[in-house]
Design a protein around this ligand. Structure first.
Ligand code: SAH
Ligand code: SF4
Length: 346
Protein backbone atom coordinates (compact mmCIF):
# COMPACT_ATOMS: atom_id res chain seq x y z
CA UNK A 1 0.00 0.00 0.00
CA UNK A 2 1.23 3.48 -0.84
CA UNK A 3 1.47 6.02 1.98
CA UNK A 4 -0.13 8.68 -0.22
CA UNK A 5 0.13 11.61 2.22
CA UNK A 6 3.93 11.23 2.35
CA UNK A 7 4.21 11.87 -1.40
CA UNK A 8 5.32 15.24 -2.72
CA UNK A 9 3.18 16.80 -5.45
CA UNK A 10 5.53 15.67 -8.29
CA UNK A 11 5.54 12.13 -6.86
CA UNK A 12 1.76 12.14 -6.65
CA UNK A 13 1.55 13.38 -10.25
CA UNK A 14 3.76 10.47 -11.27
CA UNK A 15 1.57 7.93 -9.42
CA UNK A 16 -1.58 9.36 -10.99
CA UNK A 17 -0.11 9.44 -14.46
CA UNK A 18 0.53 5.69 -14.09
CA UNK A 19 -3.21 5.45 -13.40
CA UNK A 20 -3.88 7.45 -16.57
CA UNK A 21 -4.86 10.64 -14.77
CA UNK A 22 -4.00 14.24 -15.73
CA UNK A 23 -1.59 16.14 -13.48
CA UNK A 24 -4.19 18.63 -12.22
CA UNK A 25 -5.93 15.69 -10.54
CA UNK A 26 -2.84 15.19 -8.40
CA UNK A 27 -3.13 18.84 -7.30
CA UNK A 28 -6.74 18.30 -6.25
CA UNK A 29 -5.90 15.17 -4.29
CA UNK A 30 -2.85 16.81 -2.68
CA UNK A 31 -5.07 19.63 -1.41
CA UNK A 32 -7.57 17.18 0.07
CA UNK A 33 -4.86 15.14 1.79
CA UNK A 34 -3.31 18.19 3.39
CA UNK A 35 -6.65 19.61 4.48
CA UNK A 36 -6.84 16.54 6.72
CA UNK A 37 -9.41 14.24 5.08
CA UNK A 38 -9.30 10.69 6.40
CA UNK A 39 -10.87 8.84 3.48
CA UNK A 40 -10.93 9.10 -0.30
CA UNK A 41 -14.71 9.32 -0.15
CA UNK A 42 -14.42 12.83 1.25
CA UNK A 43 -12.75 13.96 -2.00
CA UNK A 44 -15.97 15.12 -3.58
CA UNK A 45 -14.48 16.55 -6.78
CA UNK A 46 -12.86 13.19 -7.65
CA UNK A 47 -14.87 10.54 -9.49
CA UNK A 48 -16.18 7.58 -7.50
CA UNK A 49 -14.30 5.24 -9.77
CA UNK A 50 -10.94 6.90 -9.13
CA UNK A 51 -11.61 7.14 -5.40
CA UNK A 52 -12.19 3.39 -5.35
CA UNK A 53 -8.99 2.72 -7.27
CA UNK A 54 -7.02 4.94 -4.91
CA UNK A 55 -8.52 3.22 -1.91
CA UNK A 56 -7.26 -0.15 -3.16
CA UNK A 57 -3.76 1.09 -3.88
CA UNK A 58 -3.13 3.65 -1.14
CA UNK A 59 -3.84 4.51 2.48
CA UNK A 60 -4.27 7.89 4.17
CA UNK A 61 -2.40 7.93 7.43
CA UNK A 62 -4.04 9.57 10.41
CA UNK A 63 -3.39 9.99 14.11
CA UNK A 64 -6.10 8.78 16.47
CA UNK A 65 -6.47 10.53 19.80
CA UNK A 66 -6.12 7.85 22.47
CA UNK A 67 -5.81 10.24 25.39
CA UNK A 68 -5.86 13.96 25.94
CA UNK A 69 -4.68 15.80 29.04
CA UNK A 70 -5.21 19.51 29.65
CA UNK A 71 -2.93 21.45 31.98
CA UNK A 72 -4.53 23.29 34.88
CA UNK A 73 -1.67 25.81 34.89
CA UNK A 74 -1.81 26.98 31.28
CA UNK A 75 -3.62 25.99 28.09
CA UNK A 76 -1.15 23.27 27.19
CA UNK A 77 -2.68 20.04 25.88
CA UNK A 78 -0.88 16.72 25.67
CA UNK A 79 -2.14 14.14 23.22
CA UNK A 80 -1.41 10.46 23.01
CA UNK A 81 -1.86 9.42 19.39
CA UNK A 82 -1.97 5.98 17.83
CA UNK A 83 -1.15 5.14 14.21
CA UNK A 84 -2.24 2.38 11.84
CA UNK A 85 -0.03 -0.28 13.40
CA UNK A 86 -1.13 0.61 16.92
CA UNK A 87 2.17 2.32 17.77
CA UNK A 88 1.77 5.43 19.91
CA UNK A 89 3.50 8.77 20.43
CA UNK A 90 2.82 11.90 22.43
CA UNK A 91 2.54 15.43 21.10
CA UNK A 92 2.01 18.75 22.88
CA UNK A 93 -0.07 21.73 21.77
CA UNK A 94 0.82 25.07 23.34
CA UNK A 95 -1.07 28.33 23.14
CA UNK A 96 0.95 31.52 22.94
CA UNK A 97 -0.21 35.09 22.34
CA UNK A 98 0.95 34.77 18.72
CA UNK A 99 -0.95 31.55 18.08
CA UNK A 100 -0.65 27.81 18.49
CA UNK A 101 2.62 25.92 18.52
CA UNK A 102 2.67 22.15 18.21
CA UNK A 103 5.53 20.06 19.51
CA UNK A 104 5.42 16.84 17.55
CA UNK A 105 7.23 13.51 17.68
CA UNK A 106 9.44 12.24 14.89
CA UNK A 107 10.06 8.72 16.19
CA UNK A 108 8.25 6.27 18.47
CA UNK A 109 10.89 6.21 21.18
CA UNK A 110 14.51 7.20 20.69
CA UNK A 111 17.85 5.42 20.34
CA UNK A 112 19.97 8.13 21.92
CA UNK A 113 19.52 7.23 25.58
CA UNK A 114 20.06 10.63 27.20
CA UNK A 115 19.94 9.89 30.91
CA UNK A 116 17.66 12.83 31.82
CA UNK A 117 14.97 12.05 29.22
CA UNK A 118 11.90 9.85 29.65
CA UNK A 119 11.75 9.12 25.91
CA UNK A 120 15.36 7.97 25.92
CA UNK A 121 14.73 5.66 28.85
CA UNK A 122 11.90 3.93 27.01
CA UNK A 123 14.06 2.77 24.08
CA UNK A 124 13.35 2.90 20.37
CA UNK A 125 10.51 1.34 18.40
CA UNK A 126 10.40 2.88 14.93
CA UNK A 127 10.73 5.98 12.78
CA UNK A 128 7.60 7.94 11.97
CA UNK A 129 6.73 8.62 8.35
CA UNK A 130 6.30 12.17 7.05
CA UNK A 131 2.54 11.62 6.90
CA UNK A 132 2.46 10.54 10.56
CA UNK A 133 4.17 13.81 11.48
CA UNK A 134 1.57 15.73 9.44
CA UNK A 135 -1.22 13.65 10.96
CA UNK A 136 -0.31 14.78 14.50
CA UNK A 137 -0.79 18.41 13.43
CA UNK A 138 -4.00 17.68 11.55
CA UNK A 139 -5.53 15.78 14.47
CA UNK A 140 -4.76 18.68 16.82
CA UNK A 141 -6.20 21.25 14.43
CA UNK A 142 -9.36 19.22 14.01
CA UNK A 143 -9.75 18.50 17.71
CA UNK A 144 -9.32 22.10 18.83
CA UNK A 145 -10.86 23.67 15.73
CA UNK A 146 -7.74 25.81 15.51
CA UNK A 147 -4.91 26.59 13.13
CA UNK A 148 -1.36 25.78 14.12
CA UNK A 149 1.11 28.49 13.13
CA UNK A 150 4.38 27.15 14.55
CA UNK A 151 5.94 23.72 14.80
CA UNK A 152 8.73 22.42 16.97
CA UNK A 153 10.28 19.04 16.29
CA UNK A 154 11.04 18.51 19.96
CA UNK A 155 8.69 15.72 20.92
CA UNK A 156 9.72 12.09 21.07
CA UNK A 157 12.67 11.01 18.98
CA UNK A 158 15.79 12.42 17.41
CA UNK A 159 14.77 14.18 14.17
CA UNK A 160 18.18 13.86 12.54
CA UNK A 161 18.16 10.10 13.17
CA UNK A 162 15.08 9.99 10.89
CA UNK A 163 16.57 12.45 8.42
CA UNK A 164 14.84 11.62 5.12
CA UNK A 165 11.35 11.44 6.59
CA UNK A 166 11.87 14.66 8.53
CA UNK A 167 13.09 16.56 5.46
CA UNK A 168 10.17 15.19 3.48
CA UNK A 169 7.83 16.38 6.24
CA UNK A 170 9.41 19.87 6.23
CA UNK A 171 8.89 20.17 2.49
CA UNK A 172 5.30 18.93 2.67
CA UNK A 173 4.17 21.02 5.63
CA UNK A 174 5.63 24.20 4.12
CA UNK A 175 4.08 23.61 0.68
CA UNK A 176 1.73 26.45 -0.19
CA UNK A 177 -0.79 23.93 -1.52
CA UNK A 178 -0.58 22.06 1.76
CA UNK A 179 -0.55 23.34 5.34
CA UNK A 180 1.65 26.22 4.23
CA UNK A 181 3.58 26.61 7.48
CA UNK A 182 6.76 28.43 6.48
CA UNK A 183 10.20 27.10 7.39
CA UNK A 184 10.79 30.18 9.53
CA UNK A 185 7.96 28.99 11.76
CA UNK A 186 9.59 25.62 12.35
CA UNK A 187 12.28 24.62 14.86
CA UNK A 188 14.18 21.37 14.86
CA UNK A 189 16.02 20.15 17.93
CA UNK A 190 18.91 17.70 17.78
CA UNK A 191 21.11 16.01 20.34
CA UNK A 192 24.02 16.44 17.92
CA UNK A 193 24.24 13.90 15.10
CA UNK A 194 27.17 15.71 13.54
CA UNK A 195 27.19 14.38 9.93
CA UNK A 196 23.48 15.14 9.64
CA UNK A 197 24.00 18.72 10.84
CA UNK A 198 26.37 19.20 7.87
CA UNK A 199 23.80 17.64 5.54
CA UNK A 200 21.05 19.85 6.92
CA UNK A 201 23.26 22.94 6.58
CA UNK A 202 23.83 22.16 2.90
CA UNK A 203 20.06 22.16 2.31
CA UNK A 204 19.99 25.80 3.49
CA UNK A 205 16.49 25.56 4.92
CA UNK A 206 15.30 28.57 6.87
CA UNK A 207 14.24 26.57 9.93
CA UNK A 208 15.60 27.32 13.41
CA UNK A 209 18.08 24.77 14.65
CA UNK A 210 18.18 24.00 18.36
CA UNK A 211 21.09 22.00 19.65
CA UNK A 212 20.78 20.14 22.93
CA UNK A 213 24.16 20.92 24.44
CA UNK A 214 23.53 20.59 28.18
CA UNK A 215 27.22 20.65 29.08
CA UNK A 216 30.32 22.69 28.25
CA UNK A 217 32.74 19.77 27.92
CA UNK A 218 33.04 16.10 27.03
CA UNK A 219 33.50 14.95 30.60
CA UNK A 220 30.06 16.14 31.70
CA UNK A 221 28.32 15.73 28.35
CA UNK A 222 29.34 12.10 27.85
CA UNK A 223 27.97 11.31 31.29
CA UNK A 224 24.46 12.50 30.43
CA UNK A 225 24.37 12.10 26.64
CA UNK A 226 25.82 8.89 25.15
CA UNK A 227 25.81 10.50 21.67
CA UNK A 228 28.71 12.63 22.85
CA UNK A 229 30.98 9.58 22.92
CA UNK A 230 30.52 9.35 19.15
CA UNK A 231 30.77 13.04 18.32
CA UNK A 232 32.42 15.18 20.98
CA UNK A 233 31.51 18.71 22.03
CA UNK A 234 34.16 20.47 19.94
CA UNK A 235 33.24 18.46 16.85
CA UNK A 236 29.60 19.35 17.43
CA UNK A 237 30.34 23.06 17.81
CA UNK A 238 32.39 22.97 14.62
CA UNK A 239 29.35 21.55 12.79
CA UNK A 240 27.22 24.30 14.33
CA UNK A 241 29.61 26.97 13.03
CA UNK A 242 29.28 25.44 9.56
CA UNK A 243 25.48 25.45 9.90
CA UNK A 244 25.48 29.15 10.79
CA UNK A 245 27.83 29.94 7.92
CA UNK A 246 25.66 28.14 5.38
CA UNK A 247 22.24 29.30 6.57
CA UNK A 248 23.01 32.61 8.27
CA UNK A 249 20.58 31.48 10.96
CA UNK A 250 21.12 31.82 14.68
CA UNK A 251 21.41 28.56 16.62
CA UNK A 252 19.65 28.04 19.91
CA UNK A 253 21.64 25.96 22.39
CA UNK A 254 19.45 24.12 24.87
CA UNK A 255 20.95 23.74 28.31
CA UNK A 256 18.99 21.80 30.95
CA UNK A 257 20.20 22.95 34.34
CA UNK A 258 20.79 19.92 36.54
CA UNK A 259 21.61 20.40 40.20
CA UNK A 260 25.26 19.66 40.89
CA UNK A 261 25.92 18.23 37.43
CA UNK A 262 26.36 21.08 34.95
CA UNK A 263 25.32 24.24 36.76
CA UNK A 264 28.46 25.73 38.33
CA UNK A 265 29.91 29.15 37.48
CA UNK A 266 32.93 27.33 36.08
CA UNK A 267 30.61 25.48 33.65
CA UNK A 268 29.09 28.82 32.62
CA UNK A 269 32.53 30.35 32.01
CA UNK A 270 33.64 27.34 29.96
CA UNK A 271 30.42 27.46 27.95
CA UNK A 272 30.78 31.18 27.28
CA UNK A 273 34.34 30.66 26.08
CA UNK A 274 33.28 27.93 23.64
CA UNK A 275 30.35 29.89 22.22
CA UNK A 276 32.07 33.27 21.99
CA UNK A 277 31.64 34.92 18.62
CA UNK A 278 28.98 32.49 17.42
CA UNK A 279 25.60 33.65 16.08
CA UNK A 280 23.82 31.81 18.89
CA UNK A 281 21.93 32.08 22.11
CA UNK A 282 21.59 29.82 25.11
CA UNK A 283 18.22 28.65 26.34
CA UNK A 284 18.39 27.57 29.97
CA UNK A 285 15.77 25.07 31.12
CA UNK A 286 15.55 23.89 34.73
CA UNK A 287 15.69 20.13 34.13
CA UNK A 288 12.26 18.53 34.33
CA UNK A 289 11.84 15.66 36.70
CA UNK A 290 11.42 12.28 35.09
CA UNK A 291 10.59 9.12 37.00
CA UNK A 292 13.50 6.72 36.92
CA UNK A 293 16.04 9.55 36.82
CA UNK A 294 17.72 10.98 39.90
CA UNK A 295 18.43 14.42 38.51
CA UNK A 296 16.92 17.45 40.18
CA UNK A 297 16.46 21.02 38.99
CA UNK A 298 19.11 23.58 39.77
CA UNK A 299 18.08 26.10 42.41
CA UNK A 300 16.63 29.40 41.19
CA UNK A 301 19.66 31.37 42.43
CA UNK A 302 22.01 28.99 40.55
CA UNK A 303 20.03 29.59 37.37
CA UNK A 304 20.33 33.34 37.89
CA UNK A 305 24.05 33.21 38.61
CA UNK A 306 24.72 30.95 35.63
CA UNK A 307 22.85 33.21 33.23
CA UNK A 308 24.65 36.25 34.65
CA UNK A 309 28.05 34.71 33.94
CA UNK A 310 26.96 34.02 30.37
CA UNK A 311 25.63 37.55 29.89
CA UNK A 312 28.76 39.12 31.34
CA UNK A 313 30.73 37.16 28.80
CA UNK A 314 28.61 38.44 25.95
CA UNK A 315 26.41 35.38 25.38
CA UNK A 316 22.68 35.96 24.78
CA UNK A 317 20.64 33.88 27.19
CA UNK A 318 16.98 33.20 27.91
CA UNK A 319 15.32 31.06 30.55
CA UNK A 320 12.64 28.84 29.09
CA UNK A 321 9.19 28.93 30.61
CA UNK A 322 8.01 25.46 31.55
CA UNK A 323 4.58 24.64 30.17
CA UNK A 324 2.35 21.72 31.03
CA UNK A 325 4.47 20.36 33.87
CA UNK A 326 1.38 19.12 35.73
CA UNK A 327 0.57 16.78 32.85
CA UNK A 328 4.14 15.58 32.15
CA UNK A 329 4.09 17.50 28.89
CA UNK A 330 7.38 19.36 29.37
CA UNK A 331 10.67 18.74 27.58
CA UNK A 332 11.93 15.24 28.11
CA UNK A 333 8.75 13.97 29.75
CA UNK A 334 7.10 12.36 26.74
CA UNK A 335 6.65 8.61 26.60
CA UNK A 336 5.01 5.98 24.48
CA UNK A 337 1.67 4.96 25.92
CA UNK A 338 1.77 7.15 28.99
CA UNK A 339 -1.12 6.17 31.24
CA UNK A 340 -3.48 9.05 32.07
CA UNK A 341 -2.18 10.63 35.21
CA UNK A 342 -4.73 13.39 35.50
CA UNK A 343 -7.89 14.65 33.95
CA UNK A 344 -8.89 12.62 30.91
CA UNK A 345 -10.97 14.29 28.24
CA UNK A 346 -12.36 12.82 25.04
N1 SAH B 1 15.89 14.47 20.33
C1 SAH B 1 15.92 15.87 20.18
C2 SAH B 1 14.55 16.52 20.29
C3 SAH B 1 13.61 16.00 21.32
S1 SAH B 1 14.00 16.32 22.99
C4 SAH B 1 16.90 16.50 21.15
O1 SAH B 1 17.34 15.82 22.07
O2 SAH B 1 17.23 17.65 20.96
C5 SAH B 1 13.54 18.03 23.17
C6 SAH B 1 14.38 18.81 24.15
O3 SAH B 1 14.11 18.42 25.51
C7 SAH B 1 15.87 18.61 23.97
O4 SAH B 1 16.54 19.86 24.07
C8 SAH B 1 16.22 17.73 25.14
O5 SAH B 1 17.58 17.77 25.47
C9 SAH B 1 15.33 18.30 26.20
N2 SAH B 1 15.13 17.45 27.37
C10 SAH B 1 15.11 16.11 27.43
N3 SAH B 1 14.88 15.71 28.69
C11 SAH B 1 14.74 16.83 29.45
C12 SAH B 1 14.45 17.08 30.81
N4 SAH B 1 14.28 16.08 31.67
N5 SAH B 1 14.38 18.37 31.23
C13 SAH B 1 14.54 19.39 30.36
N6 SAH B 1 14.79 19.22 29.04
C14 SAH B 1 14.90 17.95 28.60
FE1 SF4 C 1 16.31 11.20 22.37
FE2 SF4 C 1 16.28 13.87 22.56
FE3 SF4 C 1 15.45 12.34 24.61
FE4 SF4 C 1 18.03 12.43 23.99
S1 SF4 C 1 16.77 14.14 24.73
S2 SF4 C 1 16.87 10.58 24.44
S3 SF4 C 1 17.94 12.57 21.79
S4 SF4 C 1 14.50 12.49 22.61
Amino acid sequence: MIDIKSLTLPELEEELSIMGQPSYRAGQIFKWLHSGVKSFDEMTNISKELRKKLDIKCYISSATIEKKLISDYDDTVKYLFSFRDGETVESVLMKYHHGYTSCISTQAGCKMGCTFCATGMGGFVRDLTASEMLAQLQAEQEDGNIRISNIVLMGMGEPLDNFDNVIRFLRLVSDDKGMNIGMRHISLSTCGIVPRIYELADLKLQITLSVSLHAPNDLIRSRTMPVNKRWGTDELLEACRYYIKMTNRRISFEYAMIDNVNDTDACARELAKKLRGMLAHVNLIPVNTVSGSEYTKSKAERLRAFSEVLEKNGIAVTVRRTLGSDINASCGQLRRGEKPIKRVVG
